[in-house]
Design a protein around this ligand. Structure first.
Ligand code: PHE
Length: 333
């Protein structure tokens, strides 16, 4: 009996077959082991102890064989599940691929366009010191642009409240990418032809056209005998490349401490003129601050709002959409 049970258990290749074998040998009502137990009653008295012992051994061996067969079956199930095979003709589950944020896509495209115009990419830190954000850009100490209400100055928490960070030059989140002009000129000699794209921070309340963090593209070209005409040509080529051949560009007189003369840059695409940023010829004071000789070199700089460019091109009407991370908005790009 024992040998038959062990053979039946190990021959079972499915849970159903094993269960059938279990009932045949170990079934509580009419299993073969139960029958054998009943048979013990007919054994002669003097043979009883031996037969009982033999029965118990067989019972244990059969039960152990069942446990082993059951464990083996489970292990095999895990390696190669039985059950219905996958149907290869069913439509697949759609894989949702991520994509680049519209602003990242815009930044890549702007780099590409400006790269074709000969501008390479430079980077600067988002935490800046007062020197690079203001002083070297010809923004004097008493200038309203330095107002703590218009800038995110960094402070250190102390028991008696926040105090300015203990650095020689106060630190702030840069309010403009013009800081990178200074960093590049400090480290290189003309000719220079760079763009820098990145985040800038200003404590503005968020509305459809303002956000306390946004992106700018700064451009800087320094060489001998650079003129306003070069500035306008570069910006026009850029605008046409990004918005299309029908775009028009115009300059309005303006003021920035670091350019002289300074202009606001407007573009017309469709019906409306829209301002995209500022530009001008680099102020001689700025050239001197980085050790250049304004008698020998000159250049232009510009700063354009990247959100604005992207919004204009794609018809986005609220800058806050870029920062909500609503997949329905992001999926459209
Ligand atoms: N930095 C200026 C701004 O943030 C833009 C600008 C850049 C103007 C370069 C002139 C030259 O508004």
């Amino acid at each position: 009996l024992e040998a038959a049970a062990v053979a039946a258990f190990s021959a079972a290749t499915s849970p159903a077959a094993l269960e059938e074998a279990r009932i045949e040998f170990l079934g509580a009502k009419s299993g073969k082991l139960k029958d054998a137990q009943k048979g013990l009653g007919q054994v002669a008295k003097e043979d009883k102890p031996g037969a009982g012992k033999r029965f118990n051994e067989a019972k244990q061996a059969i039960e152990a064989a069942f446990e082993k067969a059951s464990a083996d079956l489970k292990a095999r199930e895990e390696v190669a599940p039985s059950g219905p095979l996958p149907d290869p003709t069913l439509p697949g589950r759609r894989v949702r691929l991520g994509r680049l944020h519209p602003l990242s896509q815009t930044i890549d495209e702007l780099k590409d366009i400006m790269g074709r115009l000969g501008f390479s990419v430079a980077d600067g830190p988002e935490i800046e010191d007062d020197y690079h954000n203001f002083e070297a850009l010809n923004i004097p100490l008493e200038h309203p642009a330095r107002d703590p209400l218009d800038n995110f100055y960094l402070s250190v928490a102390t028991q008696s409240g926040p105090v300015a960070a203990p650095t020689a030059s106060p630190l702030l989140l840069r309010s403009q990418t013009s800081t990178v002009q200074i960093r590049v000129m400090e480290n290189r000699q003309p000719p220079i032809r760079i763009i820098s794209l990145g985040r800038v921070y200003r404590p503005d309340a968020a509305d459809a056209t303002h956000y306390p963090m946004f992106h700018q593209m700064e451009g800087l070209l320094i060489d001998t005998s650079v003129t306003m005409a070069d500035l306008k040509s570069v910006l026009r080529l850029f605008a046409v490349s990004y918005l299309g051949p029908e775009v028009q560009i115009r300059f309005r007189p303006s003021f920035f401490p670091f350019t002289e003369p300074s202009v606001e840059v407007d573009m017309k695409w469709g019906e409306r003129w829209m301002e995209f940023g500022g530009a001008g010829m680099v102020d001689p004071n700025v050239l001197r601050a980085v050790g250049y000789d304004p008698e020998k070199v000159s250049g232009f700089a510009f700063g354009l709002g990247i959100e604005r460019l992207c919004m204009r091109r794609h018809g986005v009407t609220d800058i806050r959409e870029f920062y909500k991370n609503d997949i329905r908005f992001l999926q459209q790009f």
